[in-house]
Design a protein around this ligand. Structure first.
Ligand SMILES: [Zn+2]
Length: 181
């Protein structure tokens, strides 16, 4: 039987606050502020790629929910340069591989919400969601988890992903550096 009640209790209020706060324009762009800041651990910045950055989603749908965004503050996929598209694609593939190793999900949702009507909380700075999924998502979040457990878990996943990503995204199978541009 699908056991999603715990996830609803844990995450729905967060998402509600997030959506409310996203409506407030004075907040500015958190992706840009995290990129400029040097506190990656505090900001849950997982990895800085060549053209794009990887962030943990602080209001996750599931364990290991991450976002990939270009460094440039642009609203749409169509605004990305070839280099940015290439880096974004490489990072998506590397994240899927790293999360398979670290979290053993059954599958993934990979997607982009284009515009607020489509559900984007931050429509000005485009980003791709990568969300690991488990069948029924039962057991993805232990039922005993509270707020601090979720945060601790998020930080552990961030550190594991960070240490794995560089080798996956910019090295070939022989360990040689990949020069894409
Ligand atoms: Zn931005």
């Amino acid at each position: 039987m699908r056991d999603c009640n715990n996830m609803d209790v844990l995450f729905s209020p967060w998402r509600y606050d997030y959506i409310k706060s996203a409506v407030r324009k004075e907040l500015g762009c958190f992706i840009c502020s995290y990129v400029k800041d040097d506190k990656d651990d505090d900001n849950l910045v997982v990895f800085r790629g060549r053209k794009c950055v990887v962030l943990m989603n602080k209001y996750p749908y599931n364990r290991g929910h991450v976002m990939i965004a270009p460094y440039r503050h642009v609203p749409s996929l169509e605004d990305l340069s070839d280099d940015e598209l290439m880096d974004c694609s490489n990072l998506i593939l590397a994240l899927i591989k790293a999360e398979e190793e670290i979290l053993s999900p059954d599958d993934f949702n990979v997607g982009i919400n284009v515009g607020r009507a489509a559900g984007a909380g931050l429509e000005e700075h485009m980003h791709v969601h990568v969300i690991p999924r488990w069948i029924g998502d039962a057991g993805a979040i232990p039922s005993s988890y509270g707020f601090s457990d979720v945060e601790r878990d998020m930080r552990e996943i961030m550190l594991k992903l960070r240490s794995r990503l560089g080798g996956l995204v910019y090295r070939d199978s022989d360990g040689e550096e990949i020069h894409t541009h």
